[in-house]
Structure formats: C-alpha cells, structure tokens
Design a protein around this ligand. Structure first.
Ligand code: FES
Ligand SMILES: [Fe+2]
Length: 466
C-alpha cells in the first residue's frame, strides 16, 4: 500500500506537481504521425499532462505544439489558419512559427515592434518512425532524443503504433505492465486446447505455473524483474520485463523485434497506452501496412468510436467501460478466465480502469486500501524508484541518468532465460537485457501461445502481452 500523500505524488501530472515535473524532463510520445497527414493540414487539439494544446504540421513538414490559448487575448488557436510556415490566429491575425516566434502582428500599427516582444511557449516536437514525440520541459535546449530501438530502426521497419485511450490514471494502467502475475488469470484460457475465441483475438495463456515467483531489481534507468515459473523438475523459466523512467515499459519481444510501450498521461484521469514496435531486420511492405491490424487495430471489437475535436475522444474504443468491454458470458463459462475479448489490452483495461476511489468520482485508485502480496514485488520496486526520482527532482532538480544519456535506453530489452534451480537469472540474462546478445523469445510457447499451437495465425502482438 501507499500513503495517501505518496499516492497523490505518484498520480498527479499537472504543471508544478512533482511527478508532472519529472515527466516534463523527458521526450514523450504524443500522437501518431498520421494525425498530421500533410503540410498545412488543419491543426489538432491535444491534451497532455493536463495541458490543452494545439498541434500542427507546417509547410516544411515540421510539427509545432502550442498551448491552445492565443497569447493575445486567449482565442483558441485550434481555429487558426495553418499557412505558409505558421499558424495564424483568426481572431486578430497574429501568426506564429513552430518555434513560437510571432511572425506577423497585422492588427498593430505599421512599424510597431510589439511582435518581437510576444512569444508563445512552444514545445519542441520530433516526428520519428511514425510517431510524433514532444518535449514539454523547461530546458532551452531539450535533452537528447531517446535512442529506444523503436526510434533507431529504419523507418520502413517501424510498425504503425497502436493507441488506446484509457479512462484512468496513467500509473494505474502502467502497473499492469509491472504485474506479470495477472497473465495467469486475466489473460488465461480455461482449457489447454482452446484457441482464440474470435477473429483477431489473441489466444489465452495456459502457463506452467499460476503463482510465479516475482523478484525485482532497481536499475539506473528504472527497474527490471522476473516472473519465475518452474517448467521441469530441475529448471526455471524467467520472463524478464522492464520499466524505464518515467512512463515506459518493455514486455516480451525477441532479439529481432523492437518494442516499447508508453503510458502517456493525458491528464490525471486519462492516459494513452501507446504500443510501438517494429523489426530490426525487415521492412514492412505496402501489403503489410494494408492489414486490418494496422489500419484498424481494434477491428475485432468494433474499432474506435467516432471522435470529435475533444482529445478525450481520440482512440476511445467502441468496447469500453460503458458496455463492459463487450464481455461475453458464454466465453467466460467455457473458454476464458475473462469474458472481455483478448484484443490488445482490453482485458488489462477492464481491470485497471475501474479501480475507482471510494468516492467514485475520479479514476485514481487510493492505494492506501491495498493488500500487496508476494507477486507485487515489481509494483513496489517501481513505485519506490519513481517516488524517489520525483522527490529528488523536486528537491534539487536531479534527473535520472536516462534523461541526458540518450543511449542508455538503447541498452534495455526484454529477456527470457532458463536456469537450474540454483541458477542466477540476473547474471544469465545480463547480455540479453543489455541488447548485447540476441535471443529467441521462449515466452510465447511457454505461455501456451506458440505459432502452430493455435488454429490459424497467431497475432504478432501476442508475444508482447503484459
Ligand atoms: S486572440 Fe489571437 S490574435 Fe487576438
Ligand atoms: Fe496484461
């Protein structure tokens, strides 16, 4: 459990909050590149870390991100004209470039230099491998761009990111990725022979041990942990996943694939799970990109709801808490532990989105009510790391080393090893975790999800289940 004070610290992301300020030290993913299809396309509303923004792609293809309110008299720049390398507020015509400089102030007298005195506090953006990242911090020069594998593989090898809006606090959703034990329950199938229960569904898990031993280790970049399960009389299998400051995780994936998950806070009570991935060796073909799993990733449960210009409606899936995520009671009786479809992270979301507080009026769980068991070791470790980092930052501006050492993130990977009963999983997995040794992930087969053990093709994302 956490004290109410620590729970507040962990979950609040607005300007001036300890956690919000820690996250603002980092580049974070904001929106898929496809949200800005062409230069000078209409600007888009966005909400990140509790701030209302407008984002746009200018004539040169560069992305700009501004607070939504025009610095003149506060009109919404969402209605601005995106033209000739700048966004022009239509209230009085003031125009700003992607760096926030005022290019024109046509409502002022000829010869006025007032435009040189007004600047928008713009946020730098980078469009890399199908994803637009943003830096919302205070540094004049942003920190180096993080060298996650998903950012450094060739563009052609990068998959379109999958985004899911969640109506709950980001850390609540993130803790699904630091809790490997739920694999054996929330994602489990009831019978060994059961397959996926619908087109586009992932096959449930049928693992060798339903009470894994969890052991977590701190790291400079965050923490890593094993979920250890016994696979024979004298062998343990270790599934080893990562938490990376301040909002990132790596779950599953072999030496050939690049993967990264980000739990991006939209505000205190909404977050986006952004799953990025790709291949280190193979480009995606035009045909690959036409597959429904890329063009409409939630198609098995009806896709996304029709959005409005309100960012809280972006990536909001048709299966959601108002319709029990399309829970199927027959499937629940006969095939799967949960009747919520195993489609991307819907099952996880059904668990984390409704951890409501007693007063029920916001999606921030009060962790002072918890009773943590032995499988919660990684949740405990990550909270400790994050709360420690937020406090250190609040005290004297200290940042974790992966802010300025961009390459540090390149040396973090998922790993899996088999050891003897007295083996050393930390030593045995070191080279895999550091990306120095490629490996073929054995987690899929050991979770009963191997290709060939299911009727039909196994969706690729099955290897990356949390
Ligand atoms: S409010 Fe934007 S130019 Fe006046
Ligand atoms: Fe999960």
């Amino acid at each position: 459990m956490l004290s109410k004070e620590d729970n507040e610290l962990l979950t609040r992301v607005g300007k001036g909050t300890p956690m919000g300020e820690l996250i603002r030290e980092y580049w974070i993913p904001a929106l898929p590149s496809t949200e800005f299809p062409t230069p000078d396309a209409p600007a888009k509303r966005m909400r990140l870390l509790g701030e209302n923004l407008v984002m746009f792609r200018d004539t040169n293809g560069d992305i700009g991100a501004f607070p939504e309110a025009c610095p003149h008299r506060g009109a919404s720049l969402y209605f601005g004209r995106n033209e000739e390398c700048g966004l022009r507020c239509v209230y009085h015509g003031w125009k700003f470039d992607v760096n926030g400089n005022c290019m024109e102030m046509p409502s002022e007298p000829d010869g006025s230099n007032f435009k040189d005195k007004v600047k928008i506090n713009s946020y730098p953006c980078k469009d890399v491998n199908r994803m637009v990242w943003i830096y919302m911090g205070h540094r004049e020069t942003p920190p180096p761009f993080p060298e996650f594998d998903v950012n450094t593989i060739p563009y052609e090898n990068a998959q379109p990111p999958v985004v899911m809006m969640e109506e709950a606090n980001f850390f609540q959703n993130l803790e699904g990725d630091t809790d490997t034990s739920h694999l054996d329950w929330d994602h489990a199938r009831l019978k060994a022979e059961s397959g996926p229960v619908g087109e586009g569904h992932i096959r449930g898990v049928f693992s060798p041990q339903k009470n894994p031993y969890v052991q977590a280790q701190p790291a400079e970049y965050g923490a890593f942990y094993t979920g250890r399960r016994k696979i024979t009389e004298d062998k343990y299998w270790h599934r080893i996943n990562q938490f990376i400051f301040p909002i990132f995780t790596m779950v599953g994936g072999d030496g050939e694939s690049a993967s990264l998950r980000a739990h991006v806070p939209v505000d205190d009570t909404h977050s986006m799970l952004i799953s990025m991935g790709g291949s280190r060796t193979k480009p995606l073909t035009e045909e690959d990109l036409k597959q429904k799993r890329y063009t409409d990733p939630f198609y098995p449960t009806g896709g996304y709801v029709q959005r409005t210009s309100n960012p809280l409606t972006y990536f909001h899936t048709v299966a959601n808490k108002d319709n029990d995520y399309h829970r199927d009671y027959t499937v629940e009786k006969t095939e799967m532990m949960s009747g919520v479809p195993f489609v991307h992270n819907l099952q996880d979301r059904a668990m984390t989105e409704l951890m409501a507080s007693e007063n029920g009026d916001e999606a921030i769980y009060d962790r002072s009510n918890e009773h943590l068991g032995t499988t919660d070791g990684m949740c405990i470790m990550v909270r400790k790391q994050v709360i420690g980092a937020a406090r250190a930052h609040q005290e004297d501006g200290t940042v974790p080393p992966n802010v300025d050492d961009a390459g540090m993130n390149a040396r973090v990977r998922h790993a899996c090893v088999v050891t003897t009963l007295d083996g050393d999983w930390i030593a045995d997995s070191k080279a895999q975790r550091a990306g120095e040794e490629d490996h073929t992930c054995i987690c899929g087969p050991l979770l009963g999800m191997a290709p060939g053990s299911v009727p039909g093709e196994l969706p690729a994302e099955a290897g990356a289940i949390g």
